[in-house]
Design a protein around this ligand. Structure first.
Ligand SMILES: Nc1nc2c(ncn2[C@@H]2O[C@H](COP(=O)(O)OP(=O)(O)OP(=O)(O)O)[C@@H](O)[C@H]2O)c(=O)[nH]1
Length: 947
């Protein structure tokens, strides 16, 4: 269901992990306890300890770990510290202890300060007071606090009987023993609850159920609107709505469906009433109205005012699936999930701007496959059409050409592109369907409406006129060859850009828990991309939640949910260089629920490391039908990944057994060669242990391995080169062909407002061509155009140019974030832009089909970072698998293992390229019911004629 996914970046080079992590929380929330500690506490469900006891335990543990010097200084002041700690402890235990022991306010201040300083690890701290609230402030070298950096002391100044003293650790919560707290597994839940509860608490007596504090006196027992202590977001949202609109009679009942809530919300917000029939089309349209009318400042959400207030400007959509939260950037909007046929708001997810929600709703509703959803789709298109109409024409200086509509395009014979005058009025098209298969010499001019738009644009800017001129020459033709002199210059620039190294995107795949993240985390550590300090922290923190074996995996598994669950959810990406290569590493999730994420990652990769769990029984599980070893290798091959390193991992668990390694090699290479279609020369098997770090970057010294795995091994072959390390295998990967001399194509995987400037940051992969700072960029299909102000790698290295194969972030000026979304493409303004269509013909290979494919077969179309609902409209012809010749026209059904040409209708127009023009962009996957059923190559792009 999740359609757009982001490839999360991992700043493994960032030395200050704490700082980065703590910044993931909104400043509004004063985390006295570091997020990590709060999390530990919350996850430790069975611990009856109060938070303070828990923290003390933690500090004790940390103290135990500290260096000798530190211990010495701590020991020197041991008695005072002990006293302070005892005091804190007593204070938690006995509500009146503080009052009876502190005679003057200063006593308390100094006691607390000392006590907290102790926890601050000797950092420079001061106690400040503002509006009766005392707060510990960090000193010069701030941001280093591990614990309690914002411990607040409320109402303590007069110590009167009437005012209870309250020391808050973390978010303002009730003091509750841990096992009474209803804990949800994601921090986002907690933040959400606090968010709502903060706002409701005064009037509504909502109980705070999911965070922590220590109070000297308990707050009055809150009342709940339910028997239980927890509330669904629905309840809260409904409550919110009734709070915000007290005069309204249209109350939405508890447990309202999503539809009710949205309907209600938008009627309120947009003043849609009975009199305004035009606007009161239906709920779904309202969403789009919101999207377009309210601009980027408005967010579609229940309680959007409140939500907006806690939103920072540099937010970003990382994933539409609630499972895939990253805590790095916090923003709240509802996540929609299906419950049978009823859609309900169930949780939150973050989103960067409004247009995403419309897309998302569109997907969600469409996927539930009922009548109203189809209606929604129509409305969506209707709204989209309206966007391009004269009256709704945005005032900004941009090109508004709906290239998806053939009515807007006139085919004409002229070989010359039109000049800079306004394009001619279109002639009507009578062809029902015009297949714009490749290559074609037809070019297209624009409609009257477009002409007007273009004329306006021309008046405003000559350069835009030039761009429009280019657009009028749209055609799906092979990319024009580059002038030889320019090509030579470009290749020279590329050589400088890469310092003569090959650039390779490498995805790490394999069955769940095979050790992918651990292997890569350890490799990055050995290569110096993770500091000892970071690793120490990962080890400590993972140990605290009983997951010490995941310490290395935490290098790449950055999100709280990934760490607590011990699985990778989103694709994490990092970059490093070897002797011969510049490697973009993508760590994919192994769990079958996250295959769409894995596919998104794989679409960006050139080669793959398939990680195998060599433990007896484990390899077999991953390899059996339904295991991800099989599925992943089939998927990556279908996506055009032709080289595979097979890391036979966890060899420490079977005593580095030669027999086991060779057994796995035999079974797997046979499968990969015979069934998946790899050549033996493109496979490299390497034994290793990610956990022990053996045979990753350095030659293994363990005799159990070196005795049989060396240059003289009798079994050495094309796919086993004895003695090679994992890094050797990476260096041995063959260089990829890059379409550097083709027109620029940039697949958008993330969009967000730049934190530093008013520009928009667009992350993604440069699939073809090149781009330099100062170049203009056209985003399709919205035809948004802007100027590239800067280019940066994901480790924030600034670049003058990017080339095919690079994964970068473009900082673009003069574009509207609302008109750019994940899955869009960036093109240059020199060559014809990328074709946009909702209908293609493709050659597909079918596998995993549980039911035969017939006309009208519903699928999810996975193309680069997009997943779109689609339908296989026609089975055009059955092909001979090896020769590709047509065996049968119009087959009635297709089955597993067959190859065919099919026509696919995608639910909305998207940017696509023909396989023969751009191999990188001509491939896609089809999934049905959560299973990948086909891989395909786009052979024709069909433009629909509405006449
Ligand atoms: N003994 C041993 N254990 C390992 C090795 N590599 C990983 N593990 C353990 O296997 C478990 C899973 O490791 P991960 O790195 O999270 O596995 P993964 O494949 O990334 O998991 P997903 O991404 O969720 O599929 C952890 O407990 C690791 O410590 C190894 O080489 N030897």
């Amino acid at each position: 269901m999740s359609r757009h996914r982001n490839v999360r970046k991992v700043s493994v080079v960032d030395d200050d992990y704490d700082d980065e992590f703590s910044q993931s929380f909104d400043e509004k929330y004063s985390y006295a306890v570091s997020p990590g500690t709060s999390e530990l506490y919350l996850y430790n469900r069975n611990a009856p300890a109060s938070i303070s006891e828990f923290i003390k335990g933690k500090i004790q543990e940390e103290d135990d770990d500290k260096s000798d010097q530190k211990n010495k200084s701590l020991n020197d002041s041991n008695s005072n510290q002990q006293k302070d700690e005892d005091f804190m402890f007593q204070m938690d235990k006995e509500p009146n202890f503080a009052k009876s022991n502190i005679k003057q306010p200063d006593d308390l201040d100094s006691l607390l300060l000392n006590s907290l300083k102790l926890k601050f690890d000797e950092h420079d701290t001061t106690l400040i007071e503002e509006d009766g609230v005392k707060e510990i402030e960090e000193g010069e070298d701030g941001k280093q606090f591990d614990l309690n950096s914002l411990a607040k002391i409320y109402s303590s100044s007069d110590l009167s009987e009437s005012k209870p003293m309250e020391i808050k650790f973390g978010l303002d919560d009730l003091s509750k023993p841990c096992n009474d707290i209803d804990i949800m597994s994601t921090s986002i839940d907690k933040l959400l609850d606090n968010f709502f509860l903060n706002n409701f608490q005064e009037n509504k007596n909502f109980q705070r159920t999911k965070s922590i504090s220590i109070c000297e006196e308990k707050l009055p027992e809150p009342k709940s609107t339910k028997e239980t202590n927890t509330f669904s977001l629905n309840d809260l949202a409904t409550e919110y709505l009734s709070t915000m609109t007290p005069t309204s009679t249209a109350q939405t009942p508890l447990g309202s469906s999503l539809v009710d809530l949205i309907d209600y919300e938008f009627n309120q917000r947009l003043s849609i009433n009975e009199d305004n029939e035009e606007r009161k089309v239906d709920l779904k349209e309202n969403i789009l109205i919101n999207k377009r009318d309210r601009g980027s400042s408005a967010r579609f959400s229940i309680g959007s005012d409140l939500i907006s207030s806690s939103v920072s400007s540099s937010t970003s959509l990382t994933n539409r699936n609630i499972e895939n939260f990253s805590l790095n950037k916090i923003q709240f909007v509802p996540v929609l999930r299906e419950h049978g046929t009823n859609l309900q708001i169930e949780n939150l997810f973050k989103l960067n701007y409004d247009s995403e929600i419309a897309d998302f709703l569109s997907d969600t509703l469409r996927e539930s496959e009922n009548e109203s959803n189809l209606k929604f789709e129509e409305n969506f298109n209707y709204e989209k059409q309206k966007l391009f109409s004269e009256e709704n024409k945005p005032k900004r200086n941009k090109i508004l050409v709906d290239l998806t509509n053939e009515q807007n395009i006139q085919l004409k014979d002229t070989k010359k592109p039109t000049t800079e005058t306004a394009p001619s009025t279109p002639k009507s098209q009578n062809k029902p369907l015009s297949k714009v298969s490749t290559p074609t010499t037809q070019s297209k001019s624009l409609t009257k409406q477009q002409t007007n738009n273009l004329s306006n644009s021309q008046q405003k800017s000559n350069s835009v006129a030039k761009q429009l001129n280019q657009l009028s020459d749209l055609r799906i033709s092979p990319p024009p060859p580059l002038d030889p002199a320019k090509k030579e210059k470009l290749l020279k620039q590329y050589e400088e850009h890469t310092a003569g190294k090959d650039v390779i995107s490498l995805i790490v795949i394999g069955h769940v828990d095979s050790g992918k993240s651990t292997l890569m985390g350890h490799l990055l550590y050995q290569m110096g991309h993770v500091s000892d300090k970071q690793l120490h922290k990962f080890k400590q923190d993972s140990q605290k939640i009983g997951k010490s074996s995941f310490a290395y995996a935490w290098v790449l598994d950055e999100t709280e949910e990934e760490r607590s669950r011990g699985i990778t959810i989103d694709v994490a990406q990092t970059k490093f260089e070897t002797e011969k290569k510049i490697i973009y590493l993508l760590d994919a999730p192994g769990h079958k629920d996250f295959i769409p994420n894995m596919i998104t990652g794989a679409t960006q990769a050139d080669s793959a490391i398939l990680v195998i769990n060599s433990i007896t029984g484990e390899f077999e599980t991953g390899f059996l039908l339904g295991g991800q070893t099989r599925e992943h290798s089939l998927l990556v091959k279908s996506l055009g990944i032709n080289q595979l390193i097979i890391a036979v991992n966890k060899m420490d668990m079977n005593e580095w057994s030669q027999e086991r390694f060779l057994d796995i090699h035999k079974k797997l290479s046979s499968f990969l060669i015979k069934q998946v279609g790899y050549k033996e020369a493109d496979l490299m098997f390497v034994p290793c242990s990610g956990l022990q770090g053996e045979n990753l970057t350095k030659k293994c010294t363990n005799e159990k391995l070196t005795s049989w795995y060396n240059e003289n091994s009798s079994f050495n072959s094309q796919s086993i080169i004895g003695g090679s390390t994992l890094l050797d295998c990476m260096n041995r990967l063959k260089p990829q062909e890059r379409s550097i001399d083709k027109p620029f194509r940039f697949c958008v995987s993330d969009v967000y407002k730049s934190a530093q400037t008013a520009n928009i940051s667009i992350s993604g992969k440069c699939e073809a061509g090149s781009l330099k700072t100062g170049d203009k960029i056209l985003i399709v299909p919205s035809n948004e155009n802007g100027v590239v102000k800067s280019i940066a790698t994901n480790d924030e290295q600034s670049l003058q140019m990017c080339f095919a194969g690079d994964t970068v972030t473009l900082n673009v000026a003069n574009v509207d974030i609302n008109n750019i979304s994940i899955g869009n493409f960036g093109c240059d303004l020199i060559s014809p832009p990328m074709p946009v269509s909702d209908r293609i013909r493709a050659r597909v290979i079918l596998f995993n089909l549980e039911i035969p494919m017939t006309n009208g077969f519903p699928v999810v179309f996975h193309y680069k970072s997009l997943n779109e609902a689609a339908v296989v409209k026609k089975l055009v012809s059955l092909l001979d698998k090896s020769s590709g010749e047509v065996v049968k026209e119009k087959p009635r059904v297709l089955n597993n293992g067959q190859s065919a040409i099919v026509e696919i209708k995608i639910n909305r127009p998207i940017c696509v390229e023909l396989y023969q023009n751009y191999r990188e962009l001509g491939r896609f996957m089809l999934r049905y019911n959560g299973v990948t059923i086909a891989a395909g190559q786009i052979t024709e792009i069909i433009v629909k004629n509405k006449n």
